[in-house]
Design a protein around this ligand. Structure first.
Ligand code: 5AD
Ligand code: SF4
Length: 461
């Protein structure tokens, strides 16, 4: 059944949501919609939501709150709440967000087309928070023209890099986390379908792939007998793909086989995101993380000696229930030992469906903020130090486009050339002048200057 008109998607949250939104866009297009970046123009608005922290959930509800006003102005407007908050709320969503047409849970995305048809036939207030054994696998379109691709820029501005989900859900049950409750049990996608999707993306000019899963190291143990490092091997054989990244690895499952894959497979970037969450053994235990501070540091040492120069990033939660100043200090000390290239740090956010919500000794909000700022301040030193160590070195940069974020001092007045930007394999943003490189090229840059969050250099070899 076909519609006519424009569709707008607002994506909140993680990379997996970005991936899912692209798939929703595919379904909307196959139902006759054209994608738009202007919400005012849209005939259908989808909000793909996230519930990992309170702030993300609030963001979703405040966006959805606008639907009521919009519907008054344009009664034909169709509205969809998708993703983690939709899964969590189910029927209750209609009470909180009147004028909502479809509530689409995390495992219902593959049924979105059916629900659009039902809406067209007059069905009202559709809710689907049912389960699914399969991962949402809609394939990208083959042979898309550049013109076609440009209308997706609302969800993914980068034309050379794409996310590909290889597994969904999580069986780890960290006590602070809603993921196992809103995204269900861990399910892996077949390697043939993953590789087929990546071949299509490569055919469309994509140069970099980030494989996504909550815990990629437990990929496909039950399915086709292929381990995650073996999947990396298969993906690296796809012609046209220059770089492979992946997220997220769980420290308890980081195998030597994966460390060797990072070392041995050229296309796999020399960068690992390995969330530690806390440096205190007491807190790690309460979080149900399944490793100690010592085993984490051991893994990091194994990584550093097998893959010299590897860039490391992590996630940290401060102010978990019962975190004392001493526990927090253990986290600060861990930062000094590991010297991460970058961190993502969060104040603990109470999620009612996660077990930690019932833990005693909650830390005051103000104290969480103080600790968060202290941690970020400490990390700035290491981020800058790591960047400074690259001055004088040659980095291979995958060109992403013209640089929009040039600050005073970046451009030397003598440079009349275009200023370009890209990323190194270690995930550093690199700006450089060049008139003769194209998006998707790999160029060698000699680093001249290091800024706190980016690098600047000249092409050269
Ligand atoms: N509060 C704060 N941060 C959280 N994360 C997950 N759940 C919570 C929570 N309840 C963080 C973890 C995870 C990242 C994706 O989000 O650090 O690795
Ligand atoms: Fe959440 Fe832990 Fe699973 Fe990550 S590993 S998604 S933090 S439960």
């Amino acid at each position: 059944m076909s519609y006519k008109g424009y569709a707008y998607i607002n994506t909140i949250g993680c990379q997996m949501n970005v991936y899912d939104s692209e798939k929703l866009a595919g379904i909307l297009k196959s139902h006759g919609f054209e994608m738009t970046n202007e919400m005012d123009k849209a005939d259908i608005v989808v909000c793909n939501t996230c519930s990992i922290r309170h702030k993300a959930e609030e963001k979703a509800f405040s966006f959805l709150g606008r639907f009521a006003r919009e519907k008054k102005k344009r009664p034909h407007l169709m509205t969809v709440m998708a993703g983690c908050v939709a899964q969590q709320e189910g029927e209750k969503a209609f009470a909180r967000v009147p004028h909502l047409d479809i509530v689409l849970g995390t495992q219902a995305f593959s049924r979105f087309g059916q629900h659009l048809d039902a809406l067209k036939s007059g069905k009202k207030q559709i809710v689907d928070i049912g389960e699914s054994d399969v991962i949402f696998e809609a394939m990208p379109e083959k042979d898309r023209s550049d013109e076609d691709r440009s209308d997706e820029s609302g969800f993914d501005g980068n034309k050379i890099s794409k996310f590909v989900t290889i597994m969904q859900g999580c069986d780890n049950y960290c006590t602070y986390c809603v993921v196992p409750y809103v995204r269900g049990r861990e399910r892996s996608r077949s390697h043939t379908s993953i590789v087929e999707e990546i071949k299509i993306l490569a055919g469309n000019g994509i140069r970099e792939i980030t494989l996504l899963g909550q815990n990629v190291n437990s990929y496909a143990i039950k399915e086709d007998g292929l381990s995650f490092p073996q999947l990396l091997e298969k993906v690296s054989c796809v012609e046209g793909i220059a770089r492979i990244r992946f997220a997220t690895s769980h420290p308890k499952d980081l195998s030597m086989e994966l460390i060797h894959a990072i070392r041995d497979i050229d296309k796999v970037c020399n960068h690992l995101h390995l969330p530690v969450q806390s440096g205190s053994n007491k807190i790690l235990k309460k979080m149900n993380r399944g490793y100690t501070r010592e085993t984490y540091i051991n893994r990091i040492q194994a990584l550093k000696s097998a893959c010299p120069g590897i860039a490391l990033s992590t996630d940290i939660i401060v102010g978990f229930p019962s975190e004392t100043p001493e526990d927090f200090n253990d986290t600060m000390e861990l930062l000094k030992i590991v010297e991460f290239d970058s961190i993502f740090a969060f104040a603990y956010s109470d999620r009612s469906s996660a077990p930690a919500a019932k833990f005693s000794d909650q830390v005051e909000e103000k104290e969480k903020m103080t600790r968060l700022n202290q941690l970020l301040e400490l990390q700035e030193i290491y981020t800058h130090k790591k960047n400074k160590a690259l001055v004088g070195k040659f980095l291979e940069v995958l060109v992403e486009g013209e640089s929009h974020k040039l600050r005073d001092g970046f451009v030397k007045t003598s440079d009349k050339m275009k200023q370009m930007t890209g990323r190194s394999a270690s995930n550093k943003i690199v700006h450089f002048p060049s008139d003769n490189c194209a998006i998707g090229d790999l160029v060698t840059i000699r680093i001249e200057n290091a800024y706190p969050h980016s690098l600047w250099g000249y092409p050269g070899s």
